[in-house]
Design a protein around this ligand. Structure first.
Ligand code: HSE
Length: 352
């Protein structure tokens, strides 16, 4: 079965998706019976569209050589918005434009436009979820459409899958995690003697920093993620601004060294809990023992711990894979696309 994907945004994640479709497209066809085709890809300068499917490698070449997919042989400079969605005629919108927490654009318009056109949505950008979570979910469910967003909450940690499948029936009292890779990399680098600026540069080279890295270091990205996970697992309607937030700019090398001498590490922790008064969430640097599930993590690793009854504390952590941040986030976009295709009955019975 052919599944047409419209991709908005062709930065680290979008290019990672093209790379992975080139790498695994044939495997998915054999294993799951689905041919995932990019019927349209849009970036800031325009788009490329082909209902038969755009060749991922030539898209990557056009981007590298001309800075935009609109320079592709199927490119249309200036094509975007509703016209793009109309022409791409996709089953699924993959929204991967850079995250904007002011008004969630251009992602929000693309997502609403896709739902109006009966397209399911897979999100890699966080703005729409961090500002309009409940409205978005209600809009989709009214139309019988799916919105998947596991790539937005600290890919590749399977936080939402754990909460949704493994903890169904249990009580989730609270959860906490290291949900931002950039700040973790900066803190790790500073612990090893590098400067704060060097740490930020490393994260940028690894392709994990936001286009505007102040979104990472001031805790906005982690705040968005903790709000999104809390909305999903607690049925809350938190917005990014509801999360108490302290970033890592105030953490000094001396504090990191002092923590280390006491057998602890300073991590940017994001936590949400259900209280009598409702769901509360915060992000702040905290000390954790070096043998704690989060305290033991290094580099840009991420993880989450759910505190539950009666199962106890359930942790999932992911050490850096060696692939760039764009590739690993793109892999989690594909995880959502394939799960969505399976839920819709588009795939054939398979082994994972
Ligand atoms: N800037 C984010 C991070 C990218 O550093 O974790 C993934 O959401």
């Amino acid at each position: 079965l052919d599944i047409r994907l419209a991709l908005t945004g062709f930065g680290n994640v979008g290019q990672g998706l093209a790379t992975l479709l080139d790498r695994y497209g044939d495997t998915y066809l054999k294993r799951y019976g689905v041919a995932l085709r990019l019927s349209g890809v849009a970036d800031r300068a325009g788009a490329a569209v082909s209902l038969a499917g755009l060749d991922p490698v030539s898209l990557l070449e056009a981007k590298e050589q001309a800075g935009t997919v609109s320079a592709h042989s199927s490119g249309v400079p200036g094509l975007h918005g509703s016209d793009f969605l109309d022409r791409a005629q996709a089953h699924i919108l993959v929204e991967a434009a850079s995250t904007n927490f002011d008004d969630a654009e251009p992602g929000w318009s693309y997502v609403c436009g896709a739902l109006e056109r009966k397209m399911d949505v897979v999100l890699a950008s966080k703005g729409s979820l961090a500002l309009h979570f409940r409205e978005l979910m209600e809009n989709a469910s009214r139309r019988g459409l799916q919105v998947q967003y596991s790539a937005t909450v600290g890919a590749p940690v399977p936080s939402l899958q754990i909460a949704d499948r493994a903890l169904i029936g249990s009580e989730i009292l609270a959860f906490e995690g290291i949900l931002n890779g950039t700040t973790h990399q900066v803190l790790t680098a500073m612990t090893q003697g590098s400067s704060y600026d060097e740490g930020v540069r490393q994260a940028q080279e690894m392709g994990i920093a936001e286009t505007d890295p102040t979104l990472d270091v001031d805790g906005w990205d982690a705040a968005a993620k903790v709000a999104i996970v809390a909305n999903s697992v607690f049925g809350a309607d938190l917005r990014i601004g509801d999360v108490d937030r302290v970033g890592i700019r105030g953490v000094t090398a001396a504090e990191l060294a002092q923590a280390r001498e006491s057998g602890e590490a300073i991590k940017l922790i994001a936590r949400a809990e259900r209280t009598e008064a409702g769901v509360t969430a915060w992000v702040r640097p905290e000390r954790r023992p070096l043998d704690d599930p989060l305290g033991r993590l290094r580099g840009d690793a991420m993880g989450i711990v759910f505190f539950t009854r009666p199962l106890g504390a359930i942790a999932a952590t992911v050490d850096p894979s060696g692939e760039s941040g764009g590739i690993s986030t793109a892999m989690t976009v594909l995880r959502d696309v394939l799960n969505l295709a399976r839920d819709r009955g588009w795939t054939e019975p398979h082994q994972t």
